[in-house]
Design a binder for this molecule. Structure first.
Ligand SMILES: NC(=O)c1ccc[n+]([C@@H]2O[C@H](COP(=O)([O-])OP(=O)(O)OC[C@H]3O[C@@H](n4cnc5c(N)ncnc54)[C@H](O)[C@@H]3O)[C@@H](O)[C@H]2O)c1
Length: 128
C-alpha cells in the first residue's frame, strides 16, 4: 500500500470552500491516485462513491473512512464477478457511459419538467 494511503484524513481548517452536499464518483479508489482523490474529496466535505477490483484493499479503506465519519460507499467488482453480472443482464453487456449520461441529461432538461419522483432504471433490463 502506498504511503499516501495512511493519511490522517483531517480536514484542512484553512479551506475557503467546501464540497459539502456534493457527491463524487471515483474509480479505482482502493489505491494510488484514485485513493488519494477519494481522500481529498472527503476532506473537502463531499460524499464519495468509489469502486475497485481489489475488494480486500477497498474494504480496508472503507473501514478507515467510516471510522473518520466520512460519507462514503464502495462497490468491489473483480473480473469474475463482472462476468456473472453480465450473465444476468438481458442485453448481455455493461452499459456505456453515454447510455447512462443521456438519461441523466434528459431528466435535467425542460422537456422532463413534469416528471417527478420517478426512478428510471437504465440497466439493460437487469431489474426486470
Ligand atoms: N502514478 C503515476 O505517476 C501516474 C501518472 C500518470 C498517469 N497514471 C495513470 O493513472 C492511473 C492510476 O495510476 P495509479 O498509480 O494510481 O495506479 P494503481 O495501480 O496504484 O491504482 C489503480 C487502482 O485502480 C484499480 N483498478 C484498475 N482497473 C480497474 C477497473 N477496471 N475497475 C475497478 N478498479 C480498477 C486497481 O485495483 C487499483 O486499486 C493509471 O491508469 C496510470 O497509468 C499514473
Amino acid at each position: 500500500m502506498a504511503e499516501g494511503n495512511k493519511s490522517t484524513l483531517k480536514g484542512d481548517q484553512n479551506n475557503k470552500w467546501t464540497l459539502n452536499g456534493m457527491t463524487a464518483l471515483v474509480t479505482g479508489g482502493a489505491r494510488g491516485i484514485g485513493h488519494a482523490i477519494v481522500e481529498e474529496l472527503l476532506k473537502l466535505g463531499a460524499s464519495v462513491h468509489t469502486c475497485d477490483r481489489d475488494e480486500t484493499e477497498l474494504d480496508e479503506s472503507l473501514r478507515r473512512w467510516k471510522a473518520h465519519g466520512h460519507s462514503v460507499t464502495t462497490t468491489a467488482l473483480d473480473d469474475e464477478h463482472r462476468a456473472r453480472i453480465i450473465d444476468e443482464i438481458p442485453l448481455r453487456r455493461i452499459g456505456k457511459p453515454e447510455e447512462i449520461s443521456s438519461a441523466v441529461a434528459f431528466l435535467c432538461m425542460p422537456a422532463a419538467s413534469y416528471i417527478t419522483g420517478q426512478t428510471l432504471f437504465v440497466d439493460g433490463g437487469f431489474t426486470l
